[in-house]
Design a protein around this ligand. Structure first.
Ligand code: HEC
Length: 158
């Protein structure tokens, strides 16, 4: 039973990440700080995608790659806050999908960035244990944190 629910989490997360990558393709015209934060997000999405492929059996399990994914997300979540400064360009720049609530509820926004960092720390830690089940759980928690922030702070795709 437990295994089954894990599997479903993984599939959902994989679909979510598919969505991340797809949305990434639509914003090529962005510049400046908007482009910088999009690139930051895309890098995290790609790193997570590698782990998703392992969990789907599309590539061999490789603890080192899982650990590197953890590192990439730790580093990039640390800089998330500074990529959303409260400036005119940052709030109103072309092609941005960031909602005003990013700055109106900035504490909550930063808390989610911090939470992502913590989830990625766990992903990195379980990687060295080499237990696929633990990696699945940590992966699911990480991907869920991406989606939680997008649900509240990013414009819905039309
Ligand atoms: C603290 C909030 C937050 C977290 C956590 C977060 N994101 Fe984002 N993400 C955003 C916001 C806001 C935008 C829209 C930025 C913009 O368009 O200016 C965005 C945009 C994106 C985009 C679209 C980039 C583009 O080119 O349009 C991708 C892909 C993405 N995020 C992936 C991820 C992944 C993968 C994770 C988790 C590893 C993640 N995000 C975690 C807030 C977050």
């Amino acid at each position: 039973m437990k295994f089954k629910s894990l599997k479903i989490t993984t599939v959902c997360a994989a679909i979510l990440i598919g969505g991340f990558m797809q949305s990434a393709a639509g914003h090529n015209g962005a510049t400046g700080i908007i482009k910088e934060r999009m690139d930051n997000m895309i890098t995290m999405g790609k790193a997570l995608g590698a782990v998703a492929d392992m969990l789907k059996g599309k590539r061999d399990f490789d603890a080192k790659v899982v650990s590197q994914t953890g590192d990439v997300i730790i580093q990039h979540s640390k800089s998330l806050g500074s990529l959303f400064p409260d400036t005119n360009e940052s709030r109103h720049g072309k092609h941005s999908a960031a909602l005003p609530v990013v700055w109106e509820k900035n504490d909550a926004f930063l808390a989610l960035a911090k939470s992502l960092e913590e989830k990625a720390e766990i992903l990195k830690t379980v990687a060295s244990g080499g237990e696929l089940k633990m990696v699945k759980i940590a992966f699911g928690q990480t991907a869920k944190t991406c989606s939680a922030c997008h649900a509240d702070f990013r414009k819905k795709k039309n």
